[in-house]
Design a protein around this ligand. Structure first.
Ligand code: URA
Ligand code: ZN
Length: 357
């Protein structure tokens, strides 16, 4: 590939210690063996067969090979769902500490690349937080502080369950404060989707939960978060939304209008809802130029960053180039009306800025 700089900010791993944890379990989430092959079972509804799982999920050399194949210079890796969500509070704290230390090691010992005349690692990380039902928020804040001291950790990955009541739970305010203080980026990522009954009785595999459930989960979680007024309280909080913010970009004006018509909700916010959406960052994992164009008109391309969602969505016939990657790169290339400079920013420059690379 001839591109100058490509940085992948949406790319996952299961650290070997986490894969072992899943292998030892008999309930979802788990790694099980079917006909001699390991299978990953993390979503309700895939219990019968699970999905193929292998070294691309845990082997660092496999990640680096994937990066080389696709011309990716640097990846900001984040643990894949469902993180620690299923653990009780005390094991979540201990496992979080051990896994974040593994992640720091994974990144710190990765090869280097030259970026703007300086040597940089090829791998940086966004760590786990022990955010599980019943957890004391003080334990979460301690984990944030510990992560902030790890030199190759640039952020945290966060699902939507919070301490059991979602991300708009007032009990989480100290967590948001400590994340903002540590200067870590929050990568908001879905796992739960929508209640299974909304998908109907027809067998459609994972299509609807992944295509619609994941982004709708992000959409509702972020709308709820905006409605707490958190971004007025914490202007330094950096939120990066998976899958281009789900349906938020296309619903942003409707959300703003509904808030404006609701005095209770409106009284909690200093600005129009579109202002808060403009304060967030978005991955460019939307699979089409028209969809990227939804994200950009009000946001500006400087808040959009490339991602691959590796190792999910692998090629079905073993092709070297992953369609899930090339589709997203083509979408950036063909985004309507973007200058070359804007495209370069989305491919890499914006990530350098956001993560301080
Ligand atoms: N499927 C998942 O479970 N997680 C992802 O991040 C992508 C696809
Ligand atoms: Zn993902």
């Amino acid at each position: 590939m001839s591109r100058k700089l490509l940085i992948d900010i949406h790319t996952h791993l299961y650290l070997p210690r986490y894969a072992q944890l899943l292998r030892a379990r008999s309930q979802i989430p788990r790694i099980t063996t079917l006909n001699g092959e390991e299978r990953l079972v993390i979503l309700a509804g895939e219990a019968a067969t699970g999905r193929p799982v292998g070294p691309s999920y845990w082997d660092r050399d496999a990640k680096l090979r994937f990066m080389d194949t696709h011309g990716i210079a640097i990846s900001i890796v984040s643990p894949a769902n469902p993180w620690l969500d299923f653990l009780p509070p005390a094991p979540a704290l201990q496992t979080c500490e051990a896994l974040n230390s593994d992640l720091e090691e994974y990144c710190a010992t990765s090869p280097e690349v030259e970026l703007g005349g300086r040597r940089r690692k090829r791998l940086y990380g966004m760590g786990y937080l022990p955010v599980v039902p019943g957890q004391e928020v003080g334990g979460v804040c301690a984990a944030v502080e510990a992560l902030g001291k790890l030199p190759h950790i640039k952020g945290v990955i966060l699902g939507t369950q919070g301490l059991g009541k979602g991300l708009d739970d007032p009990a989480l305010l100290p967590m948001w404060e400590s994340i903002a203080k540590a200067g870590l980026v929050v990568f908001l990522h879905p796992h739960y989707g929508m209640p299974p009954e909304v998908w109907g009785a027809q067998e459609n595999g994972h299509v609807l939960p992944l295509a619609l459930g994941f982004p709708f989960e992000t959409t509702t979680a972020v709308a709820r978060l905006i409605l707490t007024g958190i971004l007025d309280k914490l202007p330094a909080l950096k939120l990066l939304l998976a899958h281009s913010g789900g349906a938020l970009p296309v619903l942003s004006s409707r959300l703003a209008s509904c808030i404006a018509h609701d005095p209770v909700a409106a009284s909690r916010l200093a600005h129009d809802a579109r202002y808060y959406l403009g304060r967030m960052w978005y991955d460019a994992v939307a699979y089409g130029p028209e969809e990227l164009a939804f994200v950009v008109p009000t946001r500006g391309t400087d808040r959009l960053l490339c991602g691959t969602d590796h190792p999910f969505f692998p090629p079905l016939k073993g092709e070297e180039m992953w369609m899930s990657v090339t589709e997203n790169l083509d979408a950036v290339e063909n985004a309507p009306g973007w200058s070359e400079g804007e495209k370069e920013g989305v491919r890499g420059g914006n990530a350098v800025e956001l993560f301080g690379l």
